[in-house]
Design a protein around this ligand. Structure first.
Ligand SMILES: Nc1ncnc2c1ncn2[C@@H]1O[C@H](COP(=O)(O)OP(=O)(O)OP(=O)(O)O)[C@@H](O)[C@H]1O
Ligand SMILES: [Mg+2]
Length: 412
């Protein structure tokens, strides 16, 4: 039992999912603990009720501890919500010794962060996209090279400092230190994208309950990230309004009878449901239901398309879109996405997992499982019998030491 352990807490709008896994070999994970709980106090990916959110986090952690038999003291935590923003930036430094070392790379990355970031924002990720040495671009690993001027292209993701602090407090109140925050779409991408897709140019789109999370990968690197505040809950509330049903009823019929393409449904197809304040159950045409769903889903994909166009990378995505998240399970989503966006689209879910995986092989758990792979990538492992409270949460404070450590892990 001395293999390293990775822990992730995916704090979604509809569910909280804590996963504990053992790292086996270099890249394999065995899921040892699972804690899935309905989430409370979270809207559109942001905490709106600290106590309620913290309690549901604690319940999820508790379940994962019970199933794994391990104590959870620190974890990677997913982050989403309208308060996240990203910029691409370039850092430049002079090289004094003539040969580039890790410290130079860290200084270059630090200088990339000197872009005007307001005080009320916290840096979540600084992702290096490529280096330029003495004007020559396309360099992936400059350490050891000769040169006088080192430039780094970096993708910087920031979030509202208060949003981040609230989330950190909630997780801490559940007895767990946040070792690092990970933006939702980056976690999902770790699970659903192939290396070929990343190289070719691809967008990952995770449609959950309250948010739609996007990340664009080109030439193997992250070029753009975005979180939109729309998701499956909006589809449900449209159905509730349109058919005069309660939200739980609308949610149930969406899952049982929903389809995102009206034209795919025959005129005669119908189901029965008892509407608000009605004595007798009524017959509803599935076509009418699909009509409501299609309108909303089309709007979501149009927003996504707008966002991709705004990023300026719309012509650079030959591998198209990889759809995931709970809402990608709605029949017809793939076709509608492809039609609205004019891109090839596939739906993806976590695969090749071992251990306690019964519930996890659904697109709803791409972010949850992705956190574990992200932990693996960052070597954020926890010793098995770790004592409580000795790990500090500080993944987001990008000081020089931390940066150097970060780089050592990533560089070959
Ligand atoms: N079979 C299904 N058909 C249609 N929608 C579904 C189905 N299963 C789940 N959903 C929808 O997926 C959504 C939840 O997805 P997911 O679990 O990915 O969200 P989340 O991670 O909790 O939220 P977010 O990431 O947006 O904060 C809900 O809106 C739910 O209605
Ligand atoms: Mg989610």
């Amino acid at each position: 039992m001395d293999e390293p352990i990775v822990v992730g807490i995916d704090i979604g709008t509809t569910k909280i999912c804590t996963l504990v896994a053992r790292v086996e070999g270099e890249h394999n994970l065995r899921i040892l603990g699972v804690g899935i709980e309905p989430s409370q106090g979270i809207k559109k990916g942001t905490i709106v009720d600290l106590a309620a959110a913290s309690q549901s986090i604690a319940r999820s952690v508790e379940k994962a501890q019970r199933t794994s038999g391990l104590e959870i003291t620190s974890a990677l935590v997913s982050l989403a919500g309208a308060n996240v923003a990203s910029v691409n930036s370039r850092g430049v430094v002079g090289i004094t010794g003539g040969v580039i070392d890790e410290e130079d790379v860290a200084r270059a990355l630090e200088s990339a962060q000197a872009v005007a970031i307001p005080h009320n924002r916290e840096i979540i990720h600084v992702i290096q996209r490529g280096f330029i040495v003495d004007g020559q671009d396309g360099i992936r690993s400059p350490v050891g090279m000769h040169g006088y001027r080192l430039e780094v292209e970096a993708h910087i993701i920031t979030a509202s400092a208060s949003t981040v602090e609230n989330l950190r407090q909630c997780v801490q109140a559940a007895g767990v230190e946040v070792s690092q925050f990970v933006l939702n779409p980056l976690a999902s991408a770790e699970v659903v994208l192939s290396e070929t897709e990343r190289q070719m140019g691809v967008v990952v789109c995770d449609i959950g309950g309250g948010t739609t999370d996007l990340a664009i990968y080109i030439d193997g690197d992250i070029w753009h990230t975005m979180v939109l505040a729309v998701g499956g809950n909006h589809i449900t509330s449209d159905i509730a309004h349109g058919l005069r049903l309660s939200l739980p009823q609308a949610e149930d019929i969406k899952k049982a009878n929903g389809h995102a393409v009206e034209a795919e449904i025959g005129e005669e197809e119908a189901f029965t449901v008892r509407a608000f304040g009605e004595e007798r159950p009524m017959q509803v045409s599935r076509k009418e239901l699909a009509h409501i769903i299609e309108a909303r889903v089309e709007e979501v994909f149009e927003l996504v398309l707008q966002e991709i166009k705004r990023s300026g990378y719309d012509g650079l995505l030959p591998a198209g879109m990889v759809l995931t998240g709970g809402s990608s399970q709605l029949p017809g989503m793939r076709a509608l996405a492809s039609q609205t966006m004019g891109l090839p689209v596939r739906v993806a879910r976590p695969e090749n997992l071992v251990g306690l995986i019964d519930q996890l092989n659904s697109p709803a758990f791409s972010t949850s499982v992705g956190l574990l792979y992200w932990a693996l990538l960052m070597s954020e492992t926890v010793p098995v019998h770790h004592s409580r409270g000795s790990r500090k949460g500080g993944g987001s404070s990008m000081d020089l030491e931390k940066l150097k450590e970060f780089l050592k892990r990533l560089l070959p």
